[in-house]
Design a protein around this ligand. Structure first.
Ligand SMILES: NC(=O)c1ccc[n+]([C@@H]2O[C@H](COP(=O)([O-])OP(=O)(O)OC[C@H]3O[C@@H](n4cnc5c(N)ncnc54)[C@H](O)[C@@H]3O)[C@@H](O)[C@H]2O)c1
Length: 259
């Protein structure tokens, strides 16, 4: 097989991508690296104010989207096809992690986390894969799971952990099904990453602060991750550097699962 130079392997010029939840945090870290590598990127997020800040009107655009809603996901795929001419890469990153003890968790709390974290991945994968199959030249689907897809990080996240285990299972089965269309489906499992969502989890005092402190003490690399730590791995999975990978989950956690 011909050996391409590294600069060519990582070049995403001419590729069209969607990053869900790309307005801030991990999603924005991913948007930034995909755009730097040359891709056109549609940020699909609920937060219009933050999402618009990273657009340039040409290569990075924004669409207000609730990825848990079927009609909005369909509109997202129509928009990427209309604005950029197709879809090659989708990163299913949007997610929420409200803490609630399971004994106090309502059906609504549980359903909300499931619909934003898991049903959205189903809806986005279904619509994105239909678009990619119709184009006929394959594609990449990257699902952002969590170390909680493998092992609980802290109490109060039983619904979240169920949703992320679900995304990991969904990743493997859709990878198996979509391989014949040259659509490679992989996951990234972040550990503790400093994002606006995590900052909102840490009010001064209370159990949340204690939980986060206990989590921090377990990180062998002795720092929280940055959104770019995940952005770089997403770029790897979106590029031809990851030419023989599907159905895998890459853990990016500073070693925390070891401790
Ligand atoms: N930060 C961490 O430590 C960490 C660790 C493991 C996994 N993750 C996962 O990474 C992803 C991003 O986390 P983050 O920390 O950057 O979160 P964040 O809260 O900082 O940002 C999430 C973004 O998703 C958007 N969003 C939320 N619900 C949405 C919906 N229904 N439709 C569209 N957009 C929506 C928000 O508006 C926001 O812009 C999540 O799936 C999360 O579970 C995060």
């Amino acid at each position: 097989m011909e050996q391409k130079p590294i600069s060519e392997l990582i070049n995403l010029s001419g590729k069209n991508a969607i990053v869900t939840g790309g307005a801030v945090g991990i999603g924005l870290g991913i948007v930034s690296r995909l755009a730097e590598a040359g891709a056109n990127v549609l940020i699909a997020d609920l937060d219009e104010k933050e999402g618009e800040k990273s657009t340039d009107g040409k290569k990075v655009k924004f669409l207000k989207t609730d990825v848990s809603q079927e009609e909005e996901v369909k509109k997202m795929i129509e928009t990427v096809a209309k604005e950029f001419g197709g879809l090659d890469i989708i990163v299913n990153n949007a997610g929420i992690y409200p803490q609630k003890p399971v004994s106090h968790m309502t059906k609504e709390d549980f359903d909300k986390v499931m619909s934003v974290n898991l049903r959205s991945v189903f809806l986005c994968t279904r619509e994105a894969s239909k678009q990619m199959i119709s184009q006929g030249h394959g594609g990449r689907i990257i699902n952002i799971t969590s170390i909680d897809a493998l092992h609980p990080s802290m109490i109060g996240l039983a619904h979240y952990d169920a949703s992320k285990h679900g995304v990991w299972g969904f990743t493997k089965n859709s990878a198996l099904e979509l391989a014949e269309h040259k659509i490679w489906v992989n996951a990234i499992a972040p550990g503790g990453i400093a994002t606006p969502g995590v900052a909102k989890m840490s009010p001064s005092g209370g159990d949340v602060k204690k939980n986060i402190e206990a989590f921090m003490a377990k990180i062998p690399m002795r720092r929280m991750g940055e959104p770019d730590d995940i952005g770089k791995v997403a770029l790897f999975l979106a590029s031809d550097l990851a030419s023989y990978m599907t159905g895998s989950q890459i853990v990016v956690d500073g070693g925390v699962l070891l401790s």
